[in-house]
Design a protein around this ligand. Structure first.
Ligand code: 3SL
Length: 240
């Protein structure tokens, strides 16, 4: 039996080295963009429109959309909310199309948007997502959003976890050292993500901003059976 490929790309700036070989790209920004998007879609937001720049976000706001915008971990002044998963659990957002711009996550989604299938991955939906990925019988790339084109631990660990689960299914294999390294990091972190990531740069950054509850939420696996998928520039719920 021919196995499918699963690889991990550490940063958006490395994406050019991988792109074109994978039918499915899983974009990951554990802290916090893709965790927030999973929350939004799981809690009934109709769609999330990911935009890369504050200017685009502003244009949508002028058209009357609800818009979340985050830079450096903080809500950008003048916008409705930022990037906390809790902001997207509100009854008033149910059924709405919401726009989101974040430092790295929405940018990574837009970098991957030409791939045949783009889905959103986080620890919060990991098992459900992997179960679906295994059934697709397609090559999968985990694109880590990183931090400003640099490597980060939390996205890499999540990519390593996805690679580990897919390879253990017997239907996938990987070849790149990025994927091997991501799996090793996942192995070291899996019993205590919170402790393992204590000294990671973004965990420290969010802690300084008193966002510990967000961190705990984003590092708690399997809270939602949802797969957000990008279609025509909008992220919506994949229905089965
Ligand atoms: O970089 C991003 O897209 C964000 O997830 C960063 S933050 O967690 O909102 O600070």
């Amino acid at each position: 039996m021919q196995k499918n490929i699963i690889e991990v790309c550490f940063t958006p700036s490395d994406y050019d080295y991988f792109k074109g070989r994978f039918e499915i790209v899983v974009v990951i920004d554990v802290l916090r963009a893709t965790s927030a998007i999973c929350s939004a879609i799981h809690n009934g937001v109709n769609s999330v429109i990911p935009v890369s720049t504050i200017e685009e976000a502003k244009e949508y706001q002028d058209k009357g959309y609800l818009v979340g915008a985050e830079r450096q971990g903080e809500i950008v002044e003048g916008f409705d909310f930022g990037n906390s998963p809790y902001s997207y659990m509100k009854p008033e957002l149910v059924g709405k199309d919401v726009v989101l711009s974040t430092t790295n996550g929405t940018r990574a989604i837009n970098i991957a948007k030409e791939a045949p299938i783009v889905v959103i991955g986080a620890l919060t939906n990991i098992d459900f997502l992997c179960e679906w990925l295994i059934k697709q019988e397609k090559n999968v790339l985990c694109l880590c959003s990183g931090w400003k084109d640099k490597f980060n631990l939390e996205d890499t660990i999540c990519g390593g976890a996805i690679a580990d689960i897919l390879i253990k299914s017997g239907k996938f294999t990987s070849d790149e050292d990025t994927s091997v390294g991501a799996k090793y990091l996942f192995q070291g972190a899996k019993d205590n993500y919170f402790g393992f990531l204590k000294s990671s740069s973004h965990r420290r950054r969010l802690k300084r901003l008193n966002l510990n509850e967000d961190i705990k939420f984003c590092l708690t696996p399997n809270q939602m059976d949802v797969i957000p998928i990008l279609r025509n520039g909008r992220i919506e719920k994949l229905e089965f």
